[in-house]
Ligand binder design. Structure first.
Ligand code: SF4
Ligand code: SF4
Length: 244
């Protein structure tokens, strides 16, 4: 994003930027965008807060275009065709059928408004996960950036790019969750951002609670239980008589 010379330095746009990328220009009269920090989310432009329309979106060449794809909610990802973070996510399981019995689906979300994340940070996490031999979700834009999904290496061209947040998705057998938590705690010591991990496991017929809960409790792993029921149009995984 660029601010043109019409800027009158009123600073009304400063609080709108989710990563604090707008500041005073060296001349003291205008504002400017710190391009290293800017994640190309277009919030400044769309807020229409500028009284003189000084925001000018720029043509974004590769790999800078990734910033917009991951951070601008109206920008679809080329790899998946999905807006926002570019994945249907496991909460859509009624339609996508991502969850398999005996496995947990995991979404590690790096970055947040206020801090963002670089793909260098993302790679730190994907490398740690690859050492556990996890199965990365194919319909995910981070997965599309791998040069090698066996060691978690991302395309070196993208490592310097920053995004508001990115989701790394994969599945792992339930029994290996303690190893996973240990690996994520280790990776958390070296990344320059924040991340959280969401885990989901389907309850099998006859079970009263997921095996995941037992494993977390037996290993003293802190968790916050959460439930999500999607009330939508798609029910392709229900038998016909149940869906009618
Ligand atoms: S495009 Fe987004 S990150 Fe960049 S200056 Fe505007 S609000 Fe900030
Ligand atoms: S709102 Fe517009 S005029 Fe005011 S500082 Fe921002 S870019 Fe400049």
């Amino acid at each position: 994003m660029h601010i043109n010379q019409q800027c009158i330095g009123c600073r009304q746009c400063w609080p709108v930027c989710p990563v604090g990328a707008i500041g005073a220009a060296a001349d003291g009269h205008h504002s400017e965008v710190n391009l290293d920090r800017c994640v190309e989310c277009s919030a400044c432009l769309r807020s229409r807060v500028c009284p003189v329309n000084a925001f000018e979106p720029q043509e974004l060449p590769w790999p800078r275009s990734l910033r917009s794809a991951f951070s601008d909610v109206l920008s679809p990802h080329k790899s998946t065709g999905v807006l926002g973070r570019g994945t249907e996510e496991m909460k859509t399981n009624d339609v996508t059928g991502r969850l398999r019995a005996g496995f947990v689906n995991v979404a590690v979300e790096l970055g947040r408004p206020g801090i963002s994340a670089s793909f260098e940070d993302v790679q730190t996490v994907t490398r740690a996960l690859a050492r556990l031999d996890v199965e990365f979700q194919k319909e995910n834009p981070v997965t599309s950036l791998f040069t090698n999904d066996r060691n978690g290496d991302l395309n070196p061209e993208v490592l310097g790019e920053r995004v508001l947040s990115a989701l790394v998705e994969f599945e792992i057998p339930v029994s290996r969750v303690p190893e996973l938590v240990e690996a994520l705690e280790e990776a958390g010591k070296t990344v320059d951002t924040v991340f959280s991990a969401a885990l989901a496991e389907p309850i099998r017929p006859g079970e009263s609670e997921p095996e995941l809960i037992q494993i977390l409790e037996e290993n003293g792993i802190f968790y916050r239980p959460n439930g999500k029921t999607n009330v939508g149009l798609g029910k392709p995984f229900l038998p016909v008589e149940a869906a009618s």
